[in-house]
Design a protein around this ligand. Structure first.
Ligand code: ADP
Length: 395
């Protein structure tokens, strides 16, 4: 079965065509600058990458360029659209309604639309992606896979904020958590690797990328996670502040004579390790600057490690123990120095890192020593494959 996996942003569209039997990527790519001008980068496996400037006034035109590329005589990978058996859509917010992936029908579309309020930048774009695919492939079944779904198992004590209860009842203000597809994929694999599929298990997943979050997974279910009502909460990230005292928002709006919207924009786009260092949001740049003596870059890196360790520690407390920890995503998979720095804060848990194994990275590997009380792994995430698997399972 060939599954077309679609991840629609407000001005971008990422896609992969995956053969679900072999789990191989047949082609992948990206449309950027949708609604501005438009660029398609198409990477057919085993053939050269194609980059094309195209006129993309909307997502429907972007999808149609992608489908043309997939079926093109020269750089295509399938003969025609009948070779696409299903479409899996990544949807950012499923609110409290969706604790699992679902086959898309009119009722599901309406329910996703009801969640627009909770993710005004993302869900409308996701819906546009669905309607663009429906318009061009009306007969092909489609599945919605939600970033929030995995965390719907959190207990109330983890997801309620200390606010008047009616705000939860009336406006659904609560912690939702994100990166659920990745946390689910990586935690399943970690539980397999430590041989605890049918036993009680307590694991912690550190998804550390440009956006970062930590999740506590007990017996295969998310019981707490660091992102909140929006992805702004929790860890300090590339450009996001993570948790701060909410009173800072009003204070800064007064000092900067700007709106609350503008302050939130600063917290999302100009803060985090970029804001602290003044160098970059990319950890490779920060490592370089820090090794050249840039103190603010060094502080930003240490602050990041410290925060991750704080969340791991608090989740070990939440679950009353932890069997294993996994690092994943751009930083978690590739930055051995950051993994080491985080684990140094966790020595009290009996964690011992094998420096030689840790120096590898970029692939699935155990990086703790045989006598470490908590096993530590690097497990590459693969959200597209997870979406393809969910899609096949539902159809
Ligand atoms: P996003 O959240 O946008 O998907 P990623 O998971 O790609 O982000 O993570 C981006 C971060 O991962 C950057 O800070 C970058 O420094 C780091 N990163 C990605 N690839 C590598 C690599 N090969 N080596 C070292 N760091 C990497």
């Amino acid at each position: 079965m060939n599954v077309f996996v679609v991840n629609c942003g407000s001005s971008s569209l990422k896609y992969q065509l995956i053969d679900s039997e072999t789990e191989e990527v047949i082609a992948k790519g990206l449309c950027e600058r949708i609604g501005i001008d438009g660029r398609l980068t198409h990477k057919p496996t085993g053939k050269d990458t194609v980059v094309r400037e195209c006129d993309m006034p909307d997502h429907k035109s972007a999808v149609s360029y992608v489908l043309e590329a997939l079926t093109d005589e020269q750089f295509g990978v399938i003969k025609d659209l009948s070779s696409i058996d299903a479409v899996g859509h990544r949807i950012v917010h499923g609110g409290e309604r969706f604790a699992n992936s679902v086959v898309i029908n009119d009722e599901v579309l309406a329910a996703i639309e009801e969640c627009n309020d909770l993710a005004p930048l993302h869900n409308p774009a996701n819906l546009i992606g669905i309607s663009a695919c429906k318009a061009l492939m009306p007969e092909v079944p489609m599945v919605a896979v939600f970033d929030t779904a995995f965390h719907q198992t959190m207990p109330q004590k983890a997801y309620l904020y200390g606010l008047p209860y009616e705000y939860y009842e009336q406006y659904k203000v609560r912690k939702y958590g994100f990166h659920g597809t990745s946390h689910s994929f990586v935690s399943k694999r970690l539980i397999e690797l430590i041989g605890k599929q049918d036993k009680e298990s307590k694991v912690i997943i550190c998804h550390l990328g440009n956006g970062s979050s930590v999740t506590a997974v007990k017996n295969g279910e998310s019981v707490d996670t660091s992102m909140g009502f929006t992805p702004l909460d929790g860890l300090i990230m590339g450009t996001r502040s993570g948790s701060i005292d909410p009173a800072v928002v009003q204070f800064l709006a007064d000092k900067l004579s700007c709106s609350l919207d503008e302050v939130i924009n600063i917290l999302n786009k100009k803060s985090g390790v970029e804001g602290i260092s003044g160098v970059s949001s990319d950890f490779r740049d920060l490592d370089k600057a820090s090794s050249e003596g840039n103190e603010r870059a060094a502080i930003a890196l240490d602050l990041f490690a410290y925060r991750v360790a704080q969340f791991v520690g608090s989740y070990a407390a939440s679950m009353n123990g932890v069997d294993a920890i996994a690092f994943t995503a751009g930083i978690g998979e590739n930055n051995s120095k950051m993994r080491k720095n985080i684990c140094e804060y966790l020595e009290y848990l009996g964690i011992n890192i094998d420096d030689k194994a840790n120096a590898t990275g970029g692939e699935e590997i155990k990086i703790s020593t045989a006598d470490s009380k908590v096993a530590v792994y690097v497990i590459p995430t693969n959200e597209e494959l997870a979406i393809a698997r969910e899609t096949v399972a539902l159809l």
